[in-house]
Design a binder for this molecule. Structure first.
Ligand code: MF3
Ligand code: CO
Ligand code: CO
Length: 262
C-alpha cells in the first residue's frame, strides 16, 4: 500500500490534467446525438486530446484497452469499448475521460442523454450524481475512506438502487490507478485516514436493479447481470488542509463556484 502525497508543484500539475479532462467532456456533449456511433465519439475525443490539448489519452493501450475513452451505454456499468454501436434517442451513455498531461492524470466521467431521457434513466443518473457529491463532501484530512463509502451507499440504497462493489475509485497521480482503493460502500471510521495532498477519484456506479455485474468476453465491458440500467459520475479530487478541491469541474460548475461559492 503506497499512497502518494502530492507536493504543491505536483498539485498544480494535477489541476492542469483535471481541467483538460473536464474540457474534453465539455467539448463532446454537442456530439452526443441520435445516429452518432460510440467509435465516432472516441475519434473526436482522441483528436482533441492529442491535437488540441497536446495530451495523452490514458486508456489507449492501458492494459490492452484498445480505445481512447470509455463509452458505457444503458446497462453497461463501465469500461464500454467505443465501436460501431449507434446511439438512439433515449439512450443514456457514460463518457469516461482520462488524460495525461506533463506526467499526471486527470480522470472524470459524466452521464449524457441522447434525445429525451426516460424517467428512470434520469432518476438513476441524478441519484448517482448526488451520491458522488455526498461522497466528495466527506473528504478532509482526518476523515476516513469509510466515511465516503457509507455516505454513498446509504443514499443510494435509500433510493432503492444498488452500488456496484467490484469496481471502485482510486488514488491517481503519475499512476492512473494507485492506492488507495476508494470503495463506494462501507462504514464510517473504517479504512484509511485521509491526509492533505492525497488525490483520488470518487466514481460510484449505481444500478437500477441488483448490484451484481458480469464481465463480457471482450475482457473489458462490464454489464449489469440483470440487464438493469446503470449510471456513473466521476471526479478527481485533491484533499486540502481544510477539506477538498475538485480538480475536474466543467466550465459551468466553475462559473457557479465563482458566483455562489458552491
Ligand atoms: N477511467 C476509468 C476509471 O475511472 C478507467 C478506465 S480503464 C480503461 O478508473 F482501460 F478501460 F480505459
Ligand atoms: Co477513475
Ligand atoms: Co474514469
Amino acid at each position: 500500500m503506497t499512497v502518494t502525497i502530492k507536493t504543491k508543484e505536483e498539485q498544480d500539475k494535477m489541476r492542469v490534467a483535471g481541467r483538460l479532462a473536464a474540457d474534453v467532456l465539455d467539448m463532446i456533449g454537442d456530439y452526443v446525438k441520435p445516429g452518432v456511433t460510440t467509435g465516432e465519439l472516441d475519434q473526436v475525443c482522441h483528436d482533441y486530446i492529442t491535437g488540441t490539448q497536446n495530451a495523452v489519452p490514458a486508456p489507449l493501450n492501458y492494459r490492452g484497452f484498445p480505445k481512447s475513452i470509455c463509452t458505457s451505454v444503458n446497462h453497461v456499468v463501465c469500461h464500454g469499448i467505443p465501436g460501431d454501436k449507434t446511439l438512439k434517442s433515449g439512450d443514456a451513455v457514460n463518457i469516461d475521460i482520462t488524460v495525461i498531461k506533463d506526467g499526471f492524470h486527470g480522470d472524470t466521467s459524466r452521464m449524457f442523454f441522447v434525445g429525451k431521457p426516460g424517467i428512470q434513466a434520469q432518476r438513476l443518473s441524478d441519484v448517482a450524481f448526488e451520491a458522488m457529491w455526498l461522497g466528495i463532501r466527506e473528504l478532509a484530512p482526518g476523515k476516513f475512506l469509510g466515511d465516503v463509502g457509507e455516505a454513498i451507499q446509504t443514499f443510494v440504497e435509500k433510493n432503492r438502487f444498488s452500488v456496484v462493489r467490484e469496481y471502485c475509485g482510486h488514488g491517481i497521480g503519475r499512476v492512473f490507478h494507485e492506492d488507495p482503493q476508494v470503495l463506494h460502500y462501507g462504514h464510517r471510521g473504517a479504512g484509511m485516514e485521509l491526509r492533505e495532498g492525497m488525490t483520488l477519484t470518487v466514481e460510484p456506479m449505481v444500478n437500477a436493479g441488483k448490484r451484481q455485474v458480469k464481465l463480457l468476453n471482450d475482457g473489458w465491458t462490464v454489464v449489469t447481470k440483470d440487464h438493469s440500467l446503470s449510471a456513473q459520475w466521476e471526479h478527481t479530487v485533491l484533499i486540502t488542509a481544510d477539506g477538498f478541491e475538485v480538480l475536474t469541474l466543467g466550465a459551468e460548475a466553475r462559473a457557479n463556484l465563482a458566483k455562489t461559492g458552491s
